[in-house]
Write a protein that binds this ligand. Structure first.
Ligand SMILES: [Zn+2]
Length: 120
């Protein structure tokens, strides 16, 4: 696995290092230290926001669940098909950035768009 995240300002695939990547979801495990979390998912294409999910945001191996909030960007590599999550975990006064394996369904053109019609 490639530990790099960015090369030439492009997000690189942790599996094959290709820069042909797509990020379609944002996951937030929202919580104060040691409190219960609110697991939130944002579909960046459809605009759908789901809160209080049963499934946790992707978790990196270095910190695990940690004690505070976690944010992850979920996507896939167009070249090799690898699905990944870039996990950002607040931990002991620092912010840890790491890759995690995470199965995330890709955007489907038949999915409903949750957008507001232009009133004009
Ligand atoms: Zn790849």
């Amino acid at each position: 696995m490639d530990d790099r995240v960015i090369e030439n300002a492009l997000l690189v695939c942790p599996h094959c290092s290709s820069d042909v990547t797509h990020v379609e979801h944002v996951f937030v495990s929202a919580r104060k230290e040691d409190q219960l979390s609110n697991e939130i998912t944002v579909n960046a294409i459809s605009g759908r926001v789901e809160t209080h999910n049963k499934e946790e945001a992707p978790i990196g191996s270095a910190v695990g669940h940690g004690r505070r909030q976690r944010i992850a960007l979920g996507g896939y590599c167009e070249l090799c098909g690898h699905r990944f999550a870039l996990v950002i975990t607040q931990h002991k006064g620092s912010t840890l950035v790491e890759w995690a394996e995470h199965e995330i369904l890709p955007w489907n053109d038949e999915d409903h768009l949750d957008t507001v019609e232009d009133p004009f």
